[in-house]
Write a protein of this length. Sequence first.
Length: 554
Amino acid sequence: MRTKENLLSTKPAEIEALIDRVAGGQMCEGDAQLVVRLLRLVLVLVGALAEKTASIARLKRLLFGPRSDKRPKPRAQESPASPDGVRNGEPNRGEESAGGQRSERSAPLSAVAPETTAERKPRPGHGRLGAAAYTAAETVRCEHPTLRAGDRCPYRLCPGHLYDTNAPQIFIRLEGRPVVDATRYEQPVLRCAACQARFAAPLPTGVPPEKFDATADGAIALMKYGAGMPLYRLSRLQGLMGVPLPVATQFERCEAAAEAVQPIFLELQRQAAAGEVLHTDDTGVKILACLKENEQLPADARQGLHTTGIGARVGGHEVALYFSGRRHSGENLAALITQRPQDLNPPIVMADAESKNWIGEFAQVVAKCLAHGRRQFSDIAAAFPVECQRVLDDLAKVYRIDAETRTMTPEERLVYHQARSKPILESLREWIEGQLGEHHVEPNSPLGQALRYWLRHWSGLTQFLWVAGTPLDNNFVERILKRAVLHRKNALFFKTEHGAAVGDSLMSLIETCALNGVNAFDYLVTLLRQASAVRACPGAWLPWNYRARVLQAA
């Protein structure tokens, strides 16, 4: 049987020699076999072109065989040197310096390590997502209707056989449907003519009699508290798509979901209380029932309303919690710390310098936000450009140093900051004290107030120089609070404190899933379907370990 190898074994030199022999009428024994091979190759090429399936790359493989050289392509040659030894404005690479030593860039191209995939910059794209981004997409394996691995190539004149490349072609198909879909089951009813008893056909196997599936409750909760879509907008959208879903019904389903996941919300609070680092801050919120109560309260009573965000790092996981009401962040954090085990070291508490964040009296390592300290100067840089630039440049150096510590352990990071950042900040403090002590700055001016802010809170702002694991700023909780701000921007308010509590619990679970890279929809649906098991052992159904319990149950 002919193979691709013997079909392509004819070399150009052999063909040239054959032409010379034919032209001279001196064909020798074996030339007939060579002519046959060449004619068969011509037939393969003609067949490929006739079927219009031949690419340039395939024709090159047919003519010259497969490439075996997998070495990287050589780099582009440099432009020729000018007479004065300069190429494109740079000294000749590879030339010795005046001291007789060859520079680092003088190594030959063959000695340069090829650029790795990790180092290669991504090619500018068109904004489309790759197939790997669709983690929740159902995978359907397609089979060719007639071809299998090991079969002969379907091209008539090709002698090859097919094999599985193990690199399937990926096609992503997106389908639209309402956020909450509906299926109508018609159950024929038979009635006895004598006793009038009615007999309805049962629902199909696997269809429970409950009207709302866990997926419907999870989708409503995720749209409301994850995407910030107001219930009335979702109701209009559902009506346009032929599946009406009234606003009151949606909130009832959110209430049911919040009740089912309440054990997880409480367990997340217990986990956060044991965290090594706790971040906290407030943002405003409107609760209509509380605003109505404010009308009856005395003028000196507390009337402000807040949503407190608390972010905790526990082991290798991150937890986000929300608490809406009249209490400030410091009070909410103090209530959370009451659940902290007594045998643990005091937590590192990161917040800005506002007094509301430091109300609770408990053992803690005080760390204050460097980003808020920086803002004291960035906000007034237009009025005091020289002095503010001095501070901003030093803080930029500190942040660059911190970026270099991302792969270090907390202890290594502490030593690195003490060696690199500490001299910068000590010099900055001397400069600040000199500005105020030598009366270069009016103490009550905006610049003077910014300088005095730093001196007042110096210990907290530089805590990362003394305690391992202390973050530089409070940006972690600022990002967490964006979910509450998004909800406030779209829904404007909560109607009652009960509604705020429903939102707090569901937003806490959704944001914790986002922080840990967990599919929030899948997690909520799993909790709703396993409500009794979740209530019995909430610690086994947290976002980072629930998959193991699901697989175990399966």
